[in-house]
Ligand binder design. Structure first.
Ligand code: DAH
Length: 353
Protein backbone atom coordinates (compact mmCIF):
# COMPACT_ATOMS: atom_id res chain seq x y z
CA UNK A 1 0.00 0.00 0.00
CA UNK A 2 2.82 2.38 0.79
CA UNK A 3 3.89 2.21 -2.85
CA UNK A 4 0.51 3.54 -3.94
CA UNK A 5 0.72 6.24 -1.29
CA UNK A 6 4.19 7.14 -2.50
CA UNK A 7 2.87 7.39 -6.02
CA UNK A 8 -0.02 9.62 -4.98
CA UNK A 9 2.33 11.85 -2.98
CA UNK A 10 4.68 12.08 -5.97
CA UNK A 11 1.74 12.92 -8.20
CA UNK A 12 0.62 15.86 -6.11
CA UNK A 13 4.20 17.07 -5.55
CA UNK A 14 4.90 16.62 -9.25
CA UNK A 15 1.81 18.58 -10.32
CA UNK A 16 2.86 21.35 -7.93
CA UNK A 17 6.38 21.48 -9.37
CA UNK A 18 4.99 21.48 -12.93
CA UNK A 19 2.65 24.35 -12.12
CA UNK A 20 5.52 26.33 -10.63
CA UNK A 21 7.99 25.81 -13.49
CA UNK A 22 8.30 29.33 -14.86
CA UNK A 23 9.95 28.57 -18.19
CA UNK A 24 10.59 25.75 -20.63
CA UNK A 25 14.06 25.01 -19.20
CA UNK A 26 12.77 24.75 -15.61
CA UNK A 27 9.94 22.51 -16.81
CA UNK A 28 12.43 20.15 -18.48
CA UNK A 29 14.33 19.86 -15.16
CA UNK A 30 11.06 18.91 -13.44
CA UNK A 31 10.30 16.34 -16.15
CA UNK A 32 13.71 14.68 -15.76
CA UNK A 33 13.36 14.61 -11.96
CA UNK A 34 9.98 12.85 -12.24
CA UNK A 35 10.02 10.73 -15.37
CA UNK A 36 13.66 10.63 -16.46
CA UNK A 37 15.71 7.42 -16.22
CA UNK A 38 16.64 8.19 -12.65
CA UNK A 39 13.43 10.07 -11.92
CA UNK A 40 11.42 9.53 -8.72
CA UNK A 41 8.37 8.12 -10.51
CA UNK A 42 10.51 5.91 -12.73
CA UNK A 43 12.30 4.35 -9.77
CA UNK A 44 8.98 3.58 -8.04
CA UNK A 45 7.72 1.95 -11.22
CA UNK A 46 10.81 -0.23 -11.23
CA UNK A 47 9.79 -1.44 -7.76
CA UNK A 48 6.54 -2.86 -9.16
CA UNK A 49 8.35 -6.08 -10.08
CA UNK A 50 8.98 -6.92 -6.47
CA UNK A 51 5.28 -6.78 -5.52
CA UNK A 52 3.14 -9.88 -5.04
CA UNK A 53 0.83 -11.02 -7.81
CA UNK A 54 -2.21 -9.73 -5.88
CA UNK A 55 -0.79 -6.29 -5.23
CA UNK A 56 0.59 -5.79 -8.71
CA UNK A 57 -2.57 -5.03 -10.81
CA UNK A 58 -3.87 -2.29 -8.51
CA UNK A 59 -0.42 -0.74 -8.12
CA UNK A 60 0.17 -1.01 -11.88
CA UNK A 61 -3.09 0.75 -12.60
CA UNK A 62 -2.30 3.61 -10.20
CA UNK A 63 1.21 3.97 -11.47
CA UNK A 64 0.05 4.15 -15.10
CA UNK A 65 -2.55 6.73 -14.15
CA UNK A 66 0.02 8.81 -12.23
CA UNK A 67 2.45 8.72 -15.12
CA UNK A 68 -0.31 9.66 -17.60
CA UNK A 69 -1.47 12.52 -15.37
CA UNK A 70 2.06 13.86 -15.01
CA UNK A 71 2.76 13.50 -18.73
CA UNK A 72 -0.44 15.35 -19.60
CA UNK A 73 0.35 18.09 -17.11
CA UNK A 74 3.89 18.42 -18.49
CA UNK A 75 2.62 18.65 -22.08
CA UNK A 76 -0.01 21.24 -21.18
CA UNK A 77 2.46 23.37 -19.19
CA UNK A 78 5.04 22.98 -21.97
CA UNK A 79 2.75 24.40 -24.66
CA UNK A 80 1.61 27.20 -22.33
CA UNK A 81 5.19 28.24 -21.50
CA UNK A 82 6.32 27.94 -25.15
CA UNK A 83 3.44 30.15 -26.27
CA UNK A 84 4.23 32.71 -23.55
CA UNK A 85 7.90 32.75 -24.57
CA UNK A 86 6.96 33.32 -28.19
CA UNK A 87 4.63 36.16 -27.17
CA UNK A 88 7.44 37.68 -25.14
CA UNK A 89 9.86 37.53 -28.05
CA UNK A 90 7.34 39.01 -30.47
CA UNK A 91 6.72 41.87 -28.06
CA UNK A 92 10.40 42.60 -27.34
CA UNK A 93 11.57 42.32 -30.94
CA UNK A 94 8.75 44.38 -32.39
CA UNK A 95 9.73 47.09 -34.86
CA UNK A 96 7.79 50.30 -34.51
CA UNK A 97 7.10 51.08 -38.14
CA UNK A 98 5.56 54.41 -37.19
CA UNK A 99 8.92 55.80 -35.93
CA UNK A 100 10.31 58.46 -38.28
CA UNK A 101 13.14 57.07 -40.41
CA UNK A 102 16.70 58.32 -40.54
CA UNK A 103 16.88 60.82 -43.38
CA UNK A 104 19.73 60.34 -45.85
CA UNK A 105 20.68 63.55 -47.59
CA UNK A 106 21.14 62.78 -51.28
CA UNK A 107 23.81 64.81 -53.03
CA UNK A 108 22.80 67.11 -55.85
CA UNK A 109 24.34 68.79 -58.82
CA UNK A 110 26.49 71.84 -58.09
CA UNK A 111 25.12 75.04 -59.61
CA UNK A 112 28.07 75.33 -62.04
CA UNK A 113 27.51 71.78 -63.24
CA UNK A 114 23.80 72.47 -63.53
CA UNK A 115 24.32 75.55 -65.68
CA UNK A 116 26.83 73.78 -67.94
CA UNK A 117 24.24 71.06 -68.48
CA UNK A 118 21.53 73.64 -69.25
CA UNK A 119 23.80 75.26 -71.87
CA UNK A 120 24.81 71.92 -73.39
CA UNK A 121 21.18 70.78 -73.59
CA UNK A 122 20.16 73.86 -75.58
CA UNK A 123 22.86 73.22 -78.20
CA UNK A 124 22.28 69.45 -78.25
CA UNK A 125 18.74 70.43 -79.24
CA UNK A 126 20.24 72.23 -82.26
CA UNK A 127 22.23 69.13 -83.27
CA UNK A 128 25.63 70.02 -81.78
CA UNK A 129 28.00 67.40 -80.43
CA UNK A 130 30.13 67.75 -77.28
CA UNK A 131 33.96 67.67 -77.45
CA UNK A 132 36.68 67.94 -74.83
CA UNK A 133 40.31 68.99 -74.79
CA UNK A 134 43.18 68.91 -72.27
CA UNK A 135 43.40 71.45 -69.44
CA UNK A 136 47.22 71.35 -69.59
CA UNK A 137 47.51 72.62 -73.15
CA UNK A 138 50.21 73.46 -75.61
CA UNK A 139 50.94 77.11 -76.27
CA UNK A 140 50.34 76.30 -79.94
CA UNK A 141 46.64 75.43 -79.42
CA UNK A 142 45.90 78.03 -76.74
CA UNK A 143 47.50 80.95 -78.60
CA UNK A 144 49.43 80.41 -81.84
CA UNK A 145 46.85 78.50 -83.89
CA UNK A 146 44.21 80.92 -82.56
CA UNK A 147 45.98 83.71 -84.43
CA UNK A 148 47.33 85.27 -81.22
CA UNK A 149 50.50 87.28 -81.92
CA UNK A 150 53.67 86.46 -79.99
CA UNK A 151 53.52 89.79 -78.16
CA UNK A 152 49.83 89.57 -77.19
CA UNK A 153 49.39 90.58 -73.53
CA UNK A 154 47.37 87.43 -72.70
CA UNK A 155 50.59 85.44 -73.23
CA UNK A 156 52.26 87.22 -70.30
CA UNK A 157 53.35 85.09 -67.38
CA UNK A 158 51.37 87.52 -65.25
CA UNK A 159 48.13 86.40 -66.97
CA UNK A 160 48.77 82.74 -67.81
CA UNK A 161 49.91 79.78 -65.70
CA UNK A 162 52.89 78.24 -67.50
CA UNK A 163 53.98 74.70 -66.66
CA UNK A 164 57.47 73.34 -67.15
CA UNK A 165 57.49 71.51 -70.45
CA UNK A 166 58.04 67.77 -70.72
CA UNK A 167 61.83 68.01 -70.50
CA UNK A 168 61.34 69.55 -67.03
CA UNK A 169 64.30 71.81 -67.78
CA UNK A 170 62.81 75.12 -68.70
CA UNK A 171 61.89 77.93 -66.38
CA UNK A 172 58.29 78.98 -65.81
CA UNK A 173 58.50 82.05 -67.97
CA UNK A 174 56.27 83.14 -70.83
CA UNK A 175 57.56 82.02 -74.19
CA UNK A 176 60.11 79.69 -72.60
CA UNK A 177 57.55 76.98 -71.81
CA UNK A 178 55.32 75.27 -74.37
CA UNK A 179 52.90 73.92 -71.79
CA UNK A 180 50.37 76.01 -69.94
CA UNK A 181 47.02 75.73 -68.18
CA UNK A 182 44.60 76.72 -70.91
CA UNK A 183 43.22 80.22 -70.43
CA UNK A 184 40.15 79.54 -72.58
CA UNK A 185 38.29 76.62 -74.17
CA UNK A 186 39.01 78.05 -77.63
CA UNK A 187 41.96 75.62 -78.19
CA UNK A 188 39.36 72.85 -78.42
CA UNK A 189 38.11 74.57 -81.62
CA UNK A 190 41.52 74.01 -83.18
CA UNK A 191 41.73 70.39 -82.01
CA UNK A 192 38.23 69.67 -83.37
CA UNK A 193 38.98 71.29 -86.75
CA UNK A 194 42.24 69.32 -86.99
CA UNK A 195 40.47 66.06 -86.24
CA UNK A 196 37.34 66.32 -88.39
CA UNK A 197 36.18 67.73 -91.68
CA UNK A 198 33.22 70.13 -91.94
CA UNK A 199 30.31 70.20 -91.36
CA UNK A 200 31.28 70.89 -87.73
CA UNK A 201 28.72 71.76 -85.03
CA UNK A 202 30.53 71.28 -81.72
CA UNK A 203 30.22 72.49 -78.13
CA UNK A 204 33.19 72.24 -75.74
CA UNK A 205 32.63 72.79 -72.01
CA UNK A 206 35.59 72.74 -69.65
CA UNK A 207 37.77 74.29 -66.96
CA UNK A 208 40.11 77.18 -67.70
CA UNK A 209 42.76 79.01 -65.64
CA UNK A 210 43.97 82.58 -65.36
CA UNK A 211 46.34 84.35 -63.01
CA UNK A 212 43.58 86.43 -61.50
CA UNK A 213 42.94 87.09 -57.84
CA UNK A 214 39.46 85.89 -56.85
CA UNK A 215 37.02 88.77 -56.43
CA UNK A 216 33.25 89.13 -56.94
CA UNK A 217 33.58 88.86 -60.74
CA UNK A 218 36.84 86.89 -61.27
CA UNK A 219 38.06 83.42 -60.35
CA UNK A 220 41.53 81.99 -61.08
CA UNK A 221 39.85 78.77 -62.19
CA UNK A 222 36.49 78.83 -63.91
CA UNK A 223 34.38 77.09 -66.53
CA UNK A 224 33.82 78.05 -70.14
CA UNK A 225 31.58 76.66 -72.84
CA UNK A 226 32.95 77.05 -76.36
CA UNK A 227 31.02 76.68 -79.60
CA UNK A 228 32.37 76.15 -83.11
CA UNK A 229 30.43 75.84 -86.37
CA UNK A 230 32.05 75.30 -89.78
CA UNK A 231 29.99 74.57 -92.87
CA UNK A 232 29.31 75.86 -96.37
CA UNK A 233 27.56 79.23 -96.49
CA UNK A 234 27.62 80.03 -92.74
CA UNK A 235 26.96 83.77 -92.24
CA UNK A 236 26.95 86.29 -89.42
CA UNK A 237 23.13 85.96 -89.57
CA UNK A 238 23.45 82.29 -88.58
CA UNK A 239 25.63 83.32 -85.63
CA UNK A 240 23.14 85.95 -84.48
CA UNK A 241 20.11 83.67 -84.88
CA UNK A 242 21.82 80.85 -82.98
CA UNK A 243 22.84 83.08 -80.06
CA UNK A 244 19.40 84.73 -79.92
CA UNK A 245 17.85 81.28 -79.64
CA UNK A 246 20.35 80.36 -76.91
CA UNK A 247 19.72 83.55 -74.88
CA UNK A 248 15.94 83.12 -75.03
CA UNK A 249 16.12 79.48 -73.98
CA UNK A 250 18.46 80.41 -71.13
CA UNK A 251 16.97 83.69 -69.90
CA UNK A 252 13.36 83.68 -71.15
CA UNK A 253 11.40 84.00 -74.42
CA UNK A 254 11.00 87.78 -74.04
CA UNK A 255 14.73 88.51 -74.09
CA UNK A 256 16.21 90.85 -76.68
CA UNK A 257 19.80 90.34 -77.82
CA UNK A 258 22.29 92.93 -79.06
CA UNK A 259 25.76 92.50 -80.51
CA UNK A 260 28.50 95.04 -79.81
CA UNK A 261 31.63 95.14 -81.99
CA UNK A 262 34.63 93.73 -80.16
CA UNK A 263 38.02 92.17 -80.89
CA UNK A 264 39.25 88.60 -80.53
CA UNK A 265 42.38 87.40 -82.37
CA UNK A 266 40.64 84.28 -83.71
CA UNK A 267 37.43 85.81 -85.10
CA UNK A 268 36.79 88.55 -87.65
CA UNK A 269 34.47 90.32 -87.25
CA UNK A 270 34.07 89.76 -83.50
CA UNK A 271 31.31 90.82 -81.14
CA UNK A 272 30.20 90.71 -77.56
CA UNK A 273 26.62 89.62 -76.92
CA UNK A 274 24.35 91.38 -74.45
CA UNK A 275 20.93 90.10 -73.42
CA UNK A 276 18.20 92.38 -72.08
CA UNK A 277 18.11 92.08 -68.28
CA UNK A 278 15.63 89.42 -67.16
CA UNK A 279 15.36 90.94 -63.69
CA UNK A 280 14.12 94.41 -64.73
CA UNK A 281 13.18 93.63 -68.38
CA UNK A 282 15.61 96.31 -69.51
CA UNK A 283 14.36 99.12 -67.24
CA UNK A 284 17.57 99.15 -65.17
CA UNK A 285 18.36 97.47 -61.87
CA UNK A 286 21.26 96.40 -59.68
CA UNK A 287 21.78 93.17 -61.63
CA UNK A 288 22.44 94.99 -64.93
CA UNK A 289 24.11 97.93 -63.18
CA UNK A 290 21.25 100.13 -64.43
CA UNK A 291 22.18 99.61 -68.08
CA UNK A 292 19.30 97.23 -68.92
CA UNK A 293 21.79 94.82 -70.52
CA UNK A 294 23.80 91.82 -69.33
CA UNK A 295 27.00 90.86 -71.13
CA UNK A 296 26.86 87.09 -71.67
CA UNK A 297 29.42 85.95 -74.26
CA UNK A 298 32.02 86.65 -76.94
CA UNK A 299 31.69 85.50 -80.53
CA UNK A 300 32.62 86.09 -84.15
CA UNK A 301 33.24 84.63 -87.61
CA UNK A 302 36.23 82.25 -87.65
CA UNK A 303 39.27 84.18 -88.87
CA UNK A 304 40.63 82.75 -92.18
CA UNK A 305 44.07 82.64 -90.53
CA UNK A 306 42.74 80.04 -88.05
CA UNK A 307 41.41 77.96 -90.96
CA UNK A 308 44.95 78.19 -92.37
CA UNK A 309 46.40 76.44 -89.28
CA UNK A 310 43.98 73.50 -89.57
CA UNK A 311 43.89 73.14 -93.35
CA UNK A 312 40.30 74.18 -94.01
CA UNK A 313 39.80 76.12 -97.24
CA UNK A 314 38.27 79.53 -96.35
CA UNK A 315 37.03 79.88 -99.93
CA UNK A 316 34.86 76.80 -99.48
CA UNK A 317 33.88 77.04 -95.82
CA UNK A 318 32.99 79.72 -93.32
CA UNK A 319 32.22 79.39 -89.65
CA UNK A 320 31.39 81.09 -86.40
CA UNK A 321 32.58 80.57 -82.84
CA UNK A 322 31.50 81.71 -79.42
CA UNK A 323 32.60 81.35 -75.83
CA UNK A 324 30.94 82.02 -72.50
CA UNK A 325 31.71 81.71 -68.79
CA UNK A 326 29.43 79.27 -66.99
CA UNK A 327 29.95 80.92 -63.58
CA UNK A 328 28.99 84.29 -65.02
CA UNK A 329 25.86 82.86 -66.67
CA UNK A 330 25.00 81.13 -63.37
CA UNK A 331 25.43 84.39 -61.49
CA UNK A 332 23.24 86.29 -63.96
CA UNK A 333 20.50 83.68 -64.15
CA UNK A 334 20.34 82.77 -60.46
CA UNK A 335 21.24 86.14 -58.94
CA UNK A 336 24.57 85.18 -57.34
CA UNK A 337 26.17 88.45 -56.17
CA UNK A 338 29.75 87.12 -55.85
CA UNK A 339 31.37 84.37 -57.96
CA UNK A 340 33.44 83.24 -54.97
CA UNK A 341 30.29 81.77 -53.39
CA UNK A 342 30.33 79.22 -56.22
CA UNK A 343 33.67 77.71 -55.16
CA UNK A 344 33.55 78.03 -51.38
CA UNK A 345 31.53 74.83 -50.74
CA UNK A 346 29.30 76.52 -48.17
CA UNK A 347 26.30 74.20 -48.05
CA UNK A 348 24.01 76.99 -46.84
CA UNK A 349 24.61 78.69 -50.18
CA UNK A 350 24.73 75.59 -52.42
CA UNK A 351 21.56 74.01 -51.06
CA UNK A 352 19.49 76.87 -52.44
CA UNK A 353 19.83 75.61 -55.97
N1 DAH B 1 37.95 82.73 -75.60
C1 DAH B 1 37.28 84.01 -75.34
C2 DAH B 1 37.56 84.41 -73.90
O1 DAH B 1 38.00 83.61 -73.14
C3 DAH B 1 35.80 83.87 -75.55
C4 DAH B 1 35.47 83.75 -77.00
C5 DAH B 1 35.25 84.87 -77.75
C6 DAH B 1 35.39 82.50 -77.60
C7 DAH B 1 34.96 84.79 -79.09
C8 DAH B 1 35.10 82.40 -78.95
C9 DAH B 1 34.88 83.56 -79.69
O2 DAH B 1 35.02 81.23 -79.57
O3 DAH B 1 34.59 83.44 -81.01
O4 DAH B 1 37.36 85.54 -73.56
Amino acid sequence: MSLIEDLERLESEGLGAIAQASDVTALETVRVALLGKKGSVTSILRGLGSLSAEERPAAGKVSNAVRATLEDALAARQSLLAAAELEGRIASERTDVTLPGRRRAPGHEHLIEHVVREIVQIFIGLGYRVAEGPEAELDYYNFTALNTPADHPARNASDTFYIEDLSGEKAVVAGESDVLLRTQTSPVQVRVMEAQKPPIYVLAPGRVYRRDVADPSHLPQFTQVEGIVVDRGITFGDLKGTLEHFCREMFGAERVVRLRPHFFPFTEPSAEVDVSCHVCAGAGCRMCKHSGWLEVLGCGMVDPNVFGYVGIDPEEYTGFAFGMGAERIAALKYGVPDLRYLIESDMRFLRQF
